[in-house]
Design a protein around this ligand. Structure first.
Ligand code: FSX
Ligand code: SF4
Ligand code: SF4
Length: 304
């Protein structure tokens, strides 16, 4: 049974305002999706699967339904039932059947050291398949590629110094291999679910969204956290928090990276609208290419 029109509208409801969708456009997306069901292949390299967890857990109704029935998810290592050679065969079959038409989602960084052998993602016909080879093979034949999470977008935590496995971003892998397919980065460690669903919905209905210099959709990564922070008035008054519980002060001396970070977290809010990082802790700049080495230490100790 397909997803109902009501469910689809409910899913898109959270992102529609950001995308400037009219109800009609969402209905068109539904019609298109039902007619064509764009195939999506989702692969995972060096990461923590937090991106998938963020996507699958946080959206109501069940995002798995959308992924399976709206966009026709053909391969996802975390949620698919099959495993081993059978799963790899499905992946290669789908890649050849939808060659040039499928969308590839890459989660996690790609170790390039030792010819990619630090990250073996499967076996096929007696040969180990590296994340490096898979990303290149599937990337080359995709209609478009989405790098989800800090790791796939910029290297992220697995690429932190000293990076013994040589983890790189999708962009770097593509550049080193001359792969020129359209690439969108949706960073964050993990990304907010609406950034992922919103980007996918935009690609399906309106094509590639407007991107910034880091290939991030501007609709999610254009606003500066600090300029829009509820604690900004305290920053301007130079009232700085000394401890996490101090809610009448700016958190910059605890290590907040809001001034150098651009995303809509301050208005999108996390955990289904319950909270966001700066409210009780700090922004660690997880959507920026400098994360994590360039923003370390993440937390600062105040002198009191
Ligand atoms: Fe990276 Fe995804 Fe951070 Fe984790 O796998 S973006 S480590 S939250 O989840 O790639
Ligand atoms: Fe800026 Fe962070 Fe202070 Fe908010 S808490 S005003 S983002 S430095
Ligand atoms: Fe990342 Fe900062 Fe947003 Fe938290 S507030 S999710 S650290 S960009």
């Amino acid at each position: 049974m397909g997803i109902s029109r009501r469910d689809f509208l409910k899913v898109c409801g959270g992102t529609a305002a950001f995308l400037g969708f009219s109800k009609l456009q969402v209905l068109e997306a539904l019609a298109q999706a039902k007619a064509g069901n764009p195939a999506v292949l989702w692969i995972q390299g060096s990461g923590c699967t937090g991106c998938s967890v963020s996507l699958l857990n946080a959206v109501d109704p069940d995002i798995a339904k959308v992924l399976l029935e709206i966009i026709s998810l053909k391969f996802h290592p975390t949620v698919m039932a099959s495993s081993g050679e059978m799963a790899m065969a499905k992946l290669y079959d789908a890649a050849s059947k939808y060659k040039g038409k499928y969308f590839l989602v890459v989660e996690g960084g790609i170790p390039m050291g030792a010819n990619g052998r630090y990250c073996i993602v499967g076996d096929y016909k007696g040969k180990e398949v590296t994340m490096l080879d898979l990303t290149k093979k599937l990337g080359r034949d995709a209609a478009g590629v989405l790098a989800v999470g800090a790791c796939a977008s910029f290297g992220g935590i697995p690429a932190a110094k000293p990076n013994p496995t040589g983890v790189k971003s999708v962009y770097t892998v593509f550049k080193s291999s001359g792969i020129k397919v359209p690439l969108i980065n949706v960073p964050g460690c993990p990304p907010h679910p609406t950034w992922m669903v919103g980007t996918i919905a935009h690609v399906l209905t309106k094509g590639i969204p407007e991107l910034d210099g880091y290939k991030r959709p501007k609709m999610f990564f254009n606003d500066n956290i600090h300029d829009n922070c509820p604690y900004l008035k305290y920053y301007e008054q130079q009232k700085f928090a000394q401890s996490w519980g101090d809610k009448q002060a700016c958190r910059v001396k605890l290590g907040c990276k809001g001034p150098d970070t651009n995303s809509n977290c301050y208005k999108r809010i996390w955990n289904n609208g319950v909270n966001w990082c700066v409210d009780n802790a700090i922004c660690i700049g997880c959507v920026e290419p400098s994360f994590p080495d360039g923003v370390s230490p993440l937390y600062e100790q105040t002198t009191g």
